[in-house]
Every structure is written in C-alpha cells, then in structure tokens.
Design a protein around this ligand. Structure first.
Ligand code: C2E
Ligand code: MG
Ligand code: MG
Length: 578
C-alpha cells in the first residue's frame, strides 16, 4: 500500500471532536475550584490565628478562640477532599501541594520548638493524605471506565472509526456554529454480493479494511480538506468535509477517498476490488438542517448508484427531488398494480438468421394513471429495491406461461418462452418449486422454457445463483445470460455458468456499425460464446445493416424492432398460427 505522510494535528482534530462529544465544558467550575483553594488557605490561617489565648464572649460566657481550631482543621481537610473529588488530576495535585506546603512548619514546630501538641494534627494530616491518594486512585479507575463508555458510544465497534452518533453530534455542532461543510453519503458498490457469496466474515473484513484506509486518508490530510469519517452501519459511511473554498475542492477531496480504494483488497488470499458511490449536499447552500442534508446527500448517492456510470460522485440538485418523488410514486403504483392485477406482459419475438421464429421473451408492462406505459427500466429496479420483484416476476411468469401453455395445446408449437428472473427471486428457497408448479399447471415442457438472468446482477451472489441455475438445468430448462457485456464478467465466471444462450446487450449493437473496434468487440463476444458452446443472440437490432453485420460475424439469433417489437399476446399468437 501507498505510504502516507501523517500530518500532525489531523488526528487531534478527531480526538478533540470525540472528546467534545461527551465531556462537558468546565469553565464555570474553575471558580468553584479557586473558591475551595482560597477557603483552604483562609481556614489554615484562621486556624493558626486561633492558636492564641484570646477569648470571645457569647451570652456573657468567655469562649477561647483556641476551641475553634478543631472546626477549621476539619473544614480545611474537607475542602482538600472536595478538590480531589471534583477536579480529578488537577485536584489531586493541588491537594498534595497544599498538604506539602504545611509540612515545613509542622517539622519546625515539632523539632525546633519541641511543641508536641501538634502531633495529633500530624496524624490527621497523614490520614487525609491517605484518603486523598485513595480517592485519586478511584478517580483514575472511573476515568478509565468513562473513556471506555465514551468510546462505546461514539466509536463503531467493528471498524473502530466514529459512528453515526459521532456524526450527528459533529454535524449539529457545525450547524450551530454556522460553519460551512459538505456531508458525503457513501455506499459500497456490490457489497451485498460479497456478503452473500463469501460470507459475513469476509464482508466484515472488507469493511474494516475500507474503514482503515479512509481513516488513514483522514489522518493524512492528503485530501486537501479537513475531514471526518464515520460509519453509519452496514456498508454505509459518511464523510464530513470542511475547510474548502470551492466545489472543486470537495470533488478533489472525495476523489482522494475514492482513489484509496483502487488498490485491491486481499482477504485470506482472495482479491476484492471495491468501489463506492458518493452523494453529497452542502451546508448551508443546499439545506440548513441536519435531516434535510442527510436526505439530500442520500438521494444523490442513490441516484449515482442507479446510473451505474463510471462516475461515482454526485452533488445534490433540486431535480433529484423530482426523480425521488417520481420513484415514490412508482413504488405506490407497483403496489396497487400488484393488488389490482393491472401488471401485464408483452411478448417480443426472437428469430434465427433465416427469420424463423425461435420463441418469445415475456416483458413486464405497467401503465400510469393516464394509461401511458411506464418503462420497465424505471420500475423493475424500484420493485427490486422495495422487495416486490418476486411478485412482479411471478405475475409475468405465471400469466405468460398460462398463455403459452394454451398455445402449445392449440398449435403443438415447439418454440421457446423466455422469462426474466431477477437474481433476488432466483435465490429464493422456493423458486424451484415455483417453476415446477407452473410448468405442471400449464403443461409446458421444461425444454421450452428459458430463464434469463442479468449478468451484472448475477455477480452479486454467485454461489447461490449457480446452485439454482444448476438445479434448473437438471430439470431441462434453458438458461440465458442477459445484457451480456455490461457487467464485469470474467471468462472463468462464464465457464462456471451452464448457459445455453448469451444475449449481447443492445448498447453494443447500437455502436457496432459506427466503429470497427465496436464491431470487433461484438465479433469477439460471439466467438467466445461459441467456444463455450452457447448460442448468441443480439438484442435491439433495429436496422438492416446491423442485421447484415451480425450475419457476417456469425451471430445465431436476433431480437429487435427490425423483425418484431414487443406485442400483445393475441398478436404473438397470430405470428405462430401464420
Ligand atoms: P431485457 O431483458 O434486456 O429486455 C430487452 C429490452 O430491450 C426490452 O425492453 C425490449 O423492449 C427492448 N428492445 C428489444 N428490441 C429493441 C430494439 O430494437 N430497440 C430498442 N430501443 N429496444 C429494444 P423493456 O421491455 O423496456 O425491458 C427492459 C428491461 O426490464 C429488460 O431488459 C429486463 O431486464 C427488465 N424486465 C422486463 N420485464 C421483466 C420481468 O418480468 N422481470 C424482470 N426481473 N425484469 C424484467
Ligand atoms: Mg431479458
Ligand atoms: Mg437484455
């Protein structure tokens, strides 16, 4: 790992912040401290003065001043004890100093003046000294526990960096002081995948490593700003950036935190490449209160995550509010559509290169209140996020299977029905039973069913997915790898999936005829597919020249507007009977 220069001072800022979170201000107590010290000194001199033989009169009775010595002696000792109890180490040192200060005079009285009347007083002084030492030792113990408690309250126990509470306290303090800052919400990308496939232990190790790199980054000051990193929980972190002049400074600072993740993380011999998504909002320009700042930076973070682009940093803008409102509206719509059975499906034909029908892909559809179609690219990710994707998938699966089963009965067709299954749904424990039941109910031979799984998402939970895929394969069902080329698939990963079909994403087909390298890229995918004994289908074929190119580089199958858009089932039925 890169060696960082540690600037002194940065660490202190963190420590100071942490301390200020739990230790109350003590300025007003200084006065009490001074009072006690003065009281002791006052009592001491009064006691000395009362050593004379003078008397004072109360109710016509003479009372010798000397009888007050005992009271003042008790009071001065009590004030010493109070100082230790209330003022910790300073109190202890003060009390000891005050006790020592008396000693020379005592020695003088005993050894020079041979006055043994002060001996009981010396006994008391020794006793008080012992009490003070014991009290101090006890204080030290309490302080140790206090530090421990403070750490427990504001330090994340797994990663040992400040936690959510520390973050909240610091933000509230900065807001109160009206100090400019940016709050950056950070979420690791594909972390769930590591947890699911490699286990929680490996997941924890990754979190610890990421946190320690970021902590080092904070301490080093190499980001150019004064920062504070905290863990919110799970794979979410919050960075607070201060002392910047421009937006550029913020971006530079965040980029630094992004860059320290570039080097692979090695845990028990396995390599992990971690990236993160960063969304931020500024105080006071974007929002002037804690909750809104948090919500806004969170929104920006989710947006940049959704975009799945190469840029991983986004500043909050008011447009995000509209997107987020739209998403909330979509959420509501998905729930009602499922309740009211208003989700439906279309079927898009797939052909071989000679224009023979190979089968249909079932695609989910949903309308808004004005009956406009909502784009599945918008609602599918939301259904995934709110945990309703299983229901959407199931709905499309069941209804398209019902339609398809009827079609087989009527026409005896041997074409394939392809359905899209989200990985979350695939790894459900009862998924296999669900598939079996649908095949039985609607009389569909397993070899006529194909399940499409998106490559990029599959990486998130490889082991479990592979287990399911192998079970499906054993049942005789076909497997397609959807949107191939958009994820980070490695060849070793491809060889482990017993797929039948590779679907080249339409983004590659779009670019294919504009540059030779894009064409070569598609050609390479096709030949890799063939080496693995997969058929290869190109999605999103819209133009005749794309078809020609694909033909020339050996593509097996075509799906696209050129030969057929997604259509209502009645129209699909007509295509078969034709
Ligand atoms: P996909 O599985 O890759 O489906 C292909 C998408 O490309 C479909 O978009 C299809 O309408 C579109 N397409 C096909 N040919 C062309 C073309 O020539 N030009 C253009 N511009 N587009 C073409 P759609 O229906 O919007 O679906 C988007 C994605 O939503 C699907 O991508 C799939 O990943 C997901 N999806 C759709 N239905 C379901 C479902 O029931 N369950 C799950 N889990 N995902 C679904
Ligand atoms: Mg698909
Ligand atoms: Mg696709």
């Amino acid at each position: 790992m890169k060696k960082h220069i540690i600037f002194p001072g940065r660490h202190e800022i963190i420590e100071k912040t942490l301390k200020s979170l739990t230790i109350k201000k003590r300025t007003h107590r200084i006065f009490f401290y001074l009072f006690l010290v003065l009281f002791f000194v006052g009592a001491y001199f009064t006691r000395r003065a009362t050593g004379s033989s003078e008397v004072f009169i109360i109710n016509r009775q003479p009372i010798p001043f000397a009888s007050l010595t005992g009271i003042f002696s008790i009071l001065s000792n009590l004030s010493l004890i109070l100082i230790v109890v209330l003022f910790g180490k300073t109190g202890f040192l003060t009390s000891m100093a005050l006790l020592l200060w008396q000693t020379p005079r005592l020695f003088f009285i005993i050894f020079k003046m041979k006055n043994y009347a002060v001996l009981p007083g010396i006994g008391t002084t020794i006793f008080v000294t012992l009490v003070i030492i014991l009290l101090h030792l006890n204080n030290l113990q309490i302080e140790k526990y206090q530090t421990k408690l403070r750490n427990l309250a504001v330090i994340d126990s797994l990663t040992e960096i400040p936690n959510r509470l520390a973050c909240v306290e610091l933000l509230n303090k900065l807001i109160k002081n009206h100090e400019k800052f940016a709050v950056v919400m950070i979420d690791l990308n594909n972390f769930k995948g590591i947890n699911d496939t490699m286990g929680h232990k490996a997941g924890n190790d990754v979190l610890v490593e990421v946190a320690s790199r970021w902590k080092l980054a904070v301490d080093s000051g190499l980001s150019g700003t004064v920062d504070f990193i905290t863990r919110q929980g799970g794979d979410e972190f919050t960075l607070i950036i201060r002392n910047y002049n421009s937006e550029e400074d913020i971006l530079k600072s965040i980029s630094y935190y992004e860059s320290v993740l570039e080097q692979r993380i090695v845990i028990r011999g396995k390599d992990y490449f971690i990236t993160a998504s960063f969304g931020y909002a500024e105080f006071p320009t974007d929002a002037d209160n804690f909750d809104t700042l948090f919500a806004y930076s969170d929104m920006a973070m989710y947006q940049i995550k959704r975009e799945r682009s190469s840029n991983h940093i986004l500043h909050f803008t008011p447009e995000l509010l509209k997107i987020s409102e739209y998403n909330t509206e979509l959420e509501r719509r998905i729930r009602t559509a499922l309740l009211q059975n208003t989700i439906y499906f279309k079927l898009q034909p797939q052909y071989d290169m000679s224009h023979n029908l190979r089968g249909f892909e079932a695609l989910a559809r949903m309308n808004d209140t004005e009956n406009n179609v909502i784009n599945p690219d918008d609602f599918i990710p939301i259904a995934e996020k709110i945990g309703l994707i299983d229901s959407v998938d199931h709905f499309v699966f069941e209804n398209s299977a019902k339609f398809f089963g009827d079609l087989i009965k009527k026409t005896g067709t041997d074409i394939t029905l392809s359905i899209n299954i989200s990985v979350r749904h695939l790894i459900n424990d009862d998924f296999i039973a669900e598939v079996q039941s649908i095949l039985n109910t609607y009389g569909i031979p397993a070899k006529q069913l194909e399940i499409e799984i998106t490559e990029s998402i599959m990486l998130d939970s490889e082991d479990k997915s592979l287990e399911r895929i192998n079970e499906l394969k054993k049942m005789g069902i076909k497997i397609a790898i959807d949107d191939f080329g958009t994820g980070y698939s490695s060849l070793s990963y491809l060889t482990r999936i017993p797929a039948d079909l590779l679907k080249i994403d339409k983004s590659f087909i779009n670019k294919m005829n504009s540059s030779e390298s894009s064409k070569q890229y598609v050609a390479t995918i096709i030949s890799i597919g063939h080496t693995m004994k997969f058929d290869v289908i190109s999605e999103g074929v819209e133009k005749e020249e794309q078809l020609e190119t694909l033909r020339s580089i050996g593509c097996d199958l075509i799906q696209g507007y050129l030969w057929g858009r997604p259509m209502m089932p009645e129209d699909a039925a007509k295509l078969i009977t034709k």
